[in-house]
Design a protein around this ligand. Structure first.
Ligand SMILES: *Cc1c(COP(=O)(O)O)cnc(C)c1O
Length: 453
């Protein structure tokens, strides 16, 4: 299997190369040259456990890895999850299920992709003898999941910048209390935008970046999307068969990465009724699906911070399919969006999609009503997905984070704070962080002194 760029100006590459380079050299995102048709395999996959299903699915794409190697990487990636089902599907009532994606090491769904990516990187380092230094900026969950994906792995180090005092105390502990020597949490004096600016400047110094084999943590790596397809498939196979064709997956969305994976899976021959894109007050995608206009706005802080995004970086992959693979059109639309921050689609009605938006006050109300109705506690991101469920469908809501990560929001809604033993244990660990100014030279000097080779 080869992977092509959405912008069509990169030679197709194999799986390992697409994973290693992340972004295609022409600025596009990698996609499989062809989506396989898996409809004939669903029966035989019904009884598989999570890791085995993941192996059967990913081997269709990772054709340049030895099957035994791929199997080993997958097993390692999901063995640290706290429950044997890995992604339990819980039934709340006749029409409503929750797919719990928060049993990984950092209690958010990003672990599904970043555990796998960490093990893929480790394999590549072992094969090439070349170390890798991962550099990223985070406002919360991604940094923690990336750090835990590489924790203690030989020949790797992670350098994660975050705005000092502006991530939640528990998220900071997940990054700074690991005790691992290859993790460097850098609390910068400034905002998240300052962190991103510095990051760009460091990657912009190509000599420095090449010398230290820097690699970006981001949401556009192909392996992340493919890893995420698996839990949709796993959930679909666990639904009673009469319900499967009527299911709507309801997905709390920021970068469009999570919901894109489900939609791509459906295009591989898994029949579903649709997908709902659930946003918070940063509703660029809700506006797109209701008006046909994609227009970036200002980002506002919300109770669901991991969805505080106004540029949905994975949207380009969806765009590619929407315009029927016309790469010239993808390039033109992306250029227009870059120049003007907007694009109006003439007739934008992608089949099977609906959308919703929840303000902070609505998020609080939804946490309360889900608790009242089902005796179930959802985190603020997952709460957005409970906005206006379609009564004519069977809804599978993707629960993207454990509620104990957001104790204050839950307390405000239902008067109690959920706890999780892993988070409680962190409270006893020493915080190890490096305070640095939001200055590329200072951070480069820090990295140069600690990078692996
Ligand atoms: C990252 C994140 C999201 C948004 O996921 P996208 O792939 O960006 O759509 C939603 N919920 C939580 C808890 C997250 O960490």
């Amino acid at each position: 299997m080869k992977f092509i760029s959405t912008r069509g100006q990169t030679e197709p590459v194999g799986f390992s190369e697409a994973v290693a380079i992340g972004l295609a050299p022409d600025g596009g995102l990698f996609l499989p040259e062809q989506l396989p048709d898996i409809s004939g395999r669903l029966g035989e996959w019904e009884k598989l456990g999570y890791a085995d299903l993941c192996f059967e699915f990913l081997r269709l794409f990772a054709t340049d890895l030895e099957p035994a190697v791929l199997r080993g990487i997958i097993q390692k990636s999901y063995q640290g999850f706290a429950v044997p089902e890995i992604a339990p599907l819980k039934r709340l009532d006749d029409r409503t299920y929750v797919l719990e994606l928060f049993h990984g090491p950092t209690l958010a769904f990003k672990d599904f992709a970043l555990q796998l990516l960490g093990n893929l990187y480790e394999h590549q380092c072992a094969k090439s003898g070349q170390g890798i230094n991962v550099l990223g900026a985070t406002s919360g969950d991604t940094g923690a999941a990336a750090i835990h994906g590489l924790l203690g792995k030989p020949h790797t180090a992670s350098f994660i910048l975050y705005p000092d005092g502006r991530v939640s105390p528990l998220q900071e502990r997940q990054m700074t209390c690991t005790g691992a020597a290859n993790v460097h949490a850098i609390a910068i004096d400034g905002s998240f935008d300052d962190a991103q600016r510095v990051l760009k400047e460091i990657f912009g110094d190509q000599a420095f970046s090449a010398q230290h084999h820097l690699s970006a943590v981001n949401s556009i790596n192909l392996a992340r999307i493919l890893a995420q397809c698996v839990y949709y498939l796993f959930a679909w196979l666990r639904l009673p068969s009469p319900e499967r064709g009527n299911v709507e997956f309801v997905v709390p969305t920021g970068n469009f990465g999570n919901v894109l994976a489900g939609w791509m899976l459906s295009r591989m021959g898994v029949p579903v009724a649709g997908f709902k894109v659930a946003t918070n007050r940063n509703d660029i995608l809700h506006r797109l699906f209701t008006t046909g206009e994609y227009r970036t706005g200002e980002v506002h802080a919300s109770l669901a911070p991991s969805m505080d995004i106004q540029v949905a970086s994975n949207f380009e992959r969806f765009l590619y399919y929407t315009v029927g693979g016309d790469v010239a059109q993808v390039r033109a639309i992306m250029a227009e969006m870059k120049a003007t921050g907007a694009h109006r689609f003439a007739d934008f009605k992608p089949a099977g999609f609906s959308s919703s938006r929840a303000t902070d006050a609505e998020i609080t109300g939804l946490i309360r009503s889900v608790h009242d109705r089902f005796g179930y506690i959802v985190d603020p991101h997952t709460a957005c997905a409970f906005q206006a469920l379609d009564p004519a469908r069977v809804s599978v809501v993707l629960a993207t984070a454990h509620p104990a990560k957001f104790p204050a929001a839950i307390r405000d809604a239902i008067g109690q704070e959920p706890v999780h033993p892993a988070l409680e244990a962190l409270k006893a660990q020493p915080v190890v962080k490096h305070r640095l100014p939001a200055d590329a030279a200072a951070i480069k000097a820090f990295i140069a002194g600690r990078a692996v080779s």
